[in-house]
Design a protein around this ligand. Structure first.
Ligand SMILES: [Fe+2]
Ligand SMILES: [Fe+2]
Length: 257
């Protein structure tokens, strides 16, 4: 990348864009960002195939794995996603460890272990819904329901089990934050549901689970996963379930189509 000395100096964000562009050029294939990645940068934008080909003569679009990311095995398991795609697992492992030590059943432990996979692998907004959908074909209905409902329940106290509105939310969102009406409605439905307490236990094990020094290990949960998560024989994401595409997208987030 050559810069004309007489040109106006680049701003830090222009420099970051230029570096990213240069890095993309060094790859064997054309790697491009989907609209969602641009939206997160505050841009409603996408690059079309023709423009990308013109900028990268002699190269084809990336249609498989992204060489910059950890290599996934041919038939990935949930544990492989934990190791190769989840950006942070400490909070999940701490939540599940709390549930384990409290003597909860394996459905609750698994729900705690998976409750925030939407956040750590995909997207924060509505992560409970995303996470629930991702796991729904592979777990007991109670587990995915609980993951979905924690999206709403965490905003509402339940003194009967000692759950208060999290202090951390006051810090994160300010004292005036109020959940959206759809979250309030979800809460009301969940409150009356037969599995309410399963989801409530996610929130109960959740708020204490941000200790950076806690000793946790995914190995402690491999057996519970084995007994309660139906690993598809083709590989998670390479099967034909209604959410397989979500796992594939995580595996190949920059595939052109
Ligand atoms: Fe969450
Ligand atoms: Fe959480």
């Amino acid at each position: 990348m050559q810069q004309d000395a007489s040109a106006t100096p680049m701003t830090p964000s222009e420099r970051a864009d230029a570096l990213e562009e240069q890095m993309m050029h060094e790859l064997e294939h054309i790697v491009t960002k989907s609209v969602l990645f641009n939206l997160a940068d505050g841009k409603v934008a996408m690059e079309g195939g023709a423009a990308l080909l013109a900028k990268n003569p002699g190269k084809f679009m990336l249609m498989g794995e992204d060489p910059r990311l950890p290599k996934m095995p041919e038939k990935p398991t949930l544990v492989d996603y934990f190791r190769c795609r989840f950006a942070s697992t400490a909070h999940l492992l701490q939540s599940a460890t709390h549930a384990l030590k409290a003597g909860h059943n394996e459905k609750v432990i698994l729900a705690c272990l998976l409750h925030d996979i939407g956040v750590v692998s995909f997207i924060r907004c509505d992560h409970g819904y995303w996470g629930a959908q991702m796991i729904e074909p592979y777990v007991d209905e109670e587990v995915s329901w609980a993951v979905k409902a924690h999206q709403a329940l965490r905003f509402f106290p339940d003194e009967s089990v000692g759950y208060k509105y999290p202090e951390m939310y006051l810090k994160l969102f300010g004292p005036d934050y109020r959940p959206e009406p759809y979250i309030v409605e979800e809460y009301k439905r969940a409150r009356k549901h037969k599995w309410y307490m399963t989801s409530r236990l996610i929130t109960l094990n959740d708020i204490y689970s941000f200790d950076p020094n806690a000793k946790v290990d995914l190995d402690d949960f491999v057996d519970i996963i084995g007994r309660n998560f139906k690993q598809p024989k083709e590989g998670l994401g390479l099967d034909n379930s209604p959410s397989a595409h979500m796992w594939r997208t995580m595996m190949w987030p920059t595939r052109f189509l």
